[in-house]
Design a protein around this ligand. Structure first.
Ligand SMILES: [Zn+2]
Length: 684
């Protein structure tokens, strides 16, 4: 299902389109920590650290490791996700054997799990579970009814052309507002509709075949389905033309367009926003935010100019495709074949339990998360994390004080923003309430729809009330972290507080080079090219003097150009502007983490461990967390849509700008990663 995303900057890429995040499969040796926490067996010491540090630390692993057939990426993060998922799997198996009271987390999670694992019942139910929605689409006979069905489907998470969510108003973050963004596309981004190369054309052909396949599974004959697929693709192409590329959506000022309902209706004559709001169940709101107004102007025309029959097949296709992973085997396989195999290069389907687990995580994530935390999370890890975050914050504050390029006036504001960071570690203080949601062990697809409807109503109820800043945007069992500018908060779910990021037994070099750099990364997001546009109170408003802003932009430009020069698969260029925020955060993260590390006893000493100095171990830990590889299909996909650069460049790129790394490994002119000082980007 295509879920709405809150604006968060995770340290890692989440799953892409077509649902599903990563991981699975028993890989016994994979996550056991080496005795020294840095594995010599993974290194390639024939590579000079100054030539390719990523390969120096990970080369043997890269050469000898095959990506598991049910994965499109494999490496440090994925191994940890795998380990975490296996823990959750044990939990799911256990709770599904226990007796629980209806409505409790145990009951809902167990029932959802059983419903998802019962493939015989799912096969038997077929698409009859969607009969009501299919009938509603079939009965459409006017553009108004078309809009009504789109809105009704949106209430169960099937948003198609009208993707919207409720969240803080960027320029008045104490109030929630309804926000509409672009959507309606079945391919991952606009690029897929406009790219001219042979690979892109092949993907488009495969996508048209997929649309036809889904319609046939829904009952259409092959000739009709083929024709309908072309019409649907043609409609999507028009929506794509009115949409923005992912890199164009990184400018929060450009994305902020506030309208009164009347004013927007004038620009979109085919859509009365007052009626839309009434039908959505929204009362007492007279304005909204729209990220891409052009998209809605075009959509408004298309609702009337495109034949209703095309719209009806478009909605039928979207309903069946979005729900395919929860329907019988033939739908599920068709969905896998296109989204996972063709687009991402995944060779085999993930185990059933893992996919069901991900759906539960997306549907009633905090109920699953609560069970996870109760069983697996160590309170000491939270305590240690509080301490680490404080050390990083102090180090960052010190950096700001000593910046040679920023005026005192801007420094004061930057310090105020850093000091105001809200920190969330491990799990929420207040778990979401699921009272009234009825999950059953019998109807998987219905559970998915009911949970989405429940969240829709939860969000609707936020309007007109103060913004709840205790909410989390990730579940505790997620291996990731994020910064959220509207709350000015950094958030670290329980599952990231594990090796290779963090371990109680590891030396400070390993922990600061791992989780320390992740903490620094999230903190820097508050000051990257996007985050820097938000003030201490979370509002989108400028706090920079014009001169400082100009200098900041010159510095970030250097990072953009640096990453534009990198390639993957020999010829595909990294997109320096799409990945700018993450690259700034990586550079800031390693810098601040290093400063904090140098305050520790180990950081100030010279004791060798396994033949390496403390500084060398710090950077090797950093290199180790980026250990990983992707299928070529996945790598090409991520270049277009992922705001993070590929792992090898996240590992190597920031180091080429960082003097202590040169010193630690005696990197000299002539080494491939060497850059003269005046070419090194230095921001924070
Ligand atoms: Zn990030």
């Amino acid at each position: 299902m295509r879920y709405k995303k809150i604006v968060v900057a995770g340290v890692l890429a989440a799953g892409t389109v077509g649902c599903g995040v990563n991981t699975s499969k028993p890989a016994e040796q994979a996550t056991s920590e080496p005795a020294t926490y840095l594995s010599r067996a993974n290194m390639d010491t024939t590579v000079k650290p100054g030539d390719d540090f990523f390969l120096y630390v990970n080369g043997t692993w890269i050469r000898n490791t095959a990506i598991p057939g049910d994965k499109t990426r494999w490496g440090s993060f994925d191994e940890l996700r795998d380990k975490t998922n296996k823990s959750v799997h044990t939990l799911l198996e256990d709770v599904s054997k226990e007796k629980a009271t209806a409505g409790t987390a145990q009951f809902n999670v167990a029932a959802f799990y059983k419903s998802g694992m019962d493939t015989a019942a799912i096969d038997k139910a077929g698409i009859a579970v969607l009969q009501q929605q299919l009938d509603a689409i079939h009965a459409i006979s006017t553009p108004q009814q078309l809009l009504d069905v789109v809105i009704a489907n949106g209430k169960t998470g099937l948003q198609t052309v009208f993707p919207n969510f409720i969240g803080p108003d960027d320029k008045n973050v104490s109030e929630n507002i309804v926000q509409f963004t672009q959507g309606g596309l079945g391919l991952p981004s606009k690029d897929y509709y406009t790219d001219k190369d042979a690979g892109a054309e092949k993907n488009r052909q495969a996508y048209k075949a997929y649309i036809g396949k889904i319609l046939q599974l829904g009952g259409a004959d092959s000739v009709t389905a083929g024709k309908q697929a072309l019409a649907i693709f043609d409609l999507e192409q028009k929506l794509a033309a009115a949409s923005l590329y992912p890199k164009e959506m990184r400018d929060p000022q450009k994305m902020y367009n506030k309208f009164s309902l009347d004013a927007l209706s004038k620009q979109t004559p085919g859509i009365s926003w007052k009626e839309v709001f009434a039908k959505m169940g929204i009362n007492g709101q007279d304005s909204l935010l729209v990220t891409v107004p052009q998209y809605y102007k075009t959509l408004s025309g298309l609702l009337h100019s495109t034949p209703l029959d095309t719209w009806k097949t478009y909605l039928t296709y979207n309903l069946l495709s979005d729900m395919a992973p929860y329907l019988g085997r033939s739908f599920d396989e068709a969905h896998f074949d296109f989204y996972d195999k063709t687009l991402s290069g995944q060779k085999e389907q993930k185990p059933r339990w893992e996919r069901v687990m991900q759906v539960i995580n997306n549907s009633i994530g905090e109920q699953l998360g609560k069970l996870y935390v109760d069983r697996y999370f160590k309170p000491e890890a939270k305590q240690k994390m509080v301490e680490l975050v404080q050390n990083l914050q102090d180090a960052f504050s010190n950096r700001i004080k000593n910046l040679d390029w920023m005026s005192d006036a801007t420094k004061q504001k930057a310090e105020a923003k850093l000091g105001a960071f809200m920190k969330k570690i491990g799990y929420p203080d207040h778990w979401k309430d699921y009272s009234g949601l009825e999950i059953t062990a019998e109807h998987y697809a219905q559970n998915v729809l009911k949970a989405a409807a429940f969240e829709y109503n939860r969000n609707l109820a936020k309007l007109g009330k103060p913004v709840d800043r205790t909410e989390w945007g990730m579940t505790p069992n997620t291996v990731n972290a994020y910064y959220n500018p509207a709350f000015n908060e950094i958030v670290f779910p329980a599952a990231i507080l594990q090796f290779p990021f963090f371990d109680f037994g590891a030396d400070d070099a390993v922990n600061y080079g791992g989780i320390g750099a992740v903490i620094g990364h999230e903190m820097t997001h508050g000051f990257d090219d996007q985050g820097a546009q938000y003030a201490a109170d979370g509002n989108l408003k400028n706090w920079w003097t014009p001169e400082d802003e100009k200098k900041f932009k010159e510095k970030t430009k250097m990072v953009e150009e640096q990453f534009n020069r990198y390639t993957v698969l020999d010829s595909v260029h990294v997109n320096g502007s799409l990945t700018l925020g993450e690259n700034i955060a990586d550079l800031g993260g390693i810098t601040i983490a290093y400063d904090a590390f140098k305050k520790t006893k180990q950081g100030q000493g010279n004791e060798l461990i396994d033949g390496f100095t403390p500084d060398q171990r710090f950077f090797m830990s950093w290199g180790q967390i980026w250990r990983g590889k992707s299928t070529p299909e996945r790598a090409k996909q991520l270049i277009k849509i992922d705001p993070h650069a590929p792992a090898e460049w996240r590992g190597n790129g920031p180091l080429t700008n960082f003097e202590p790394w040169y010193k630690a490994f005696d990197v000299k002119p002539g080494d491939k990663m060497y850059k003269p000082e005046n070419e090194r980007a230095k921001i924070w």
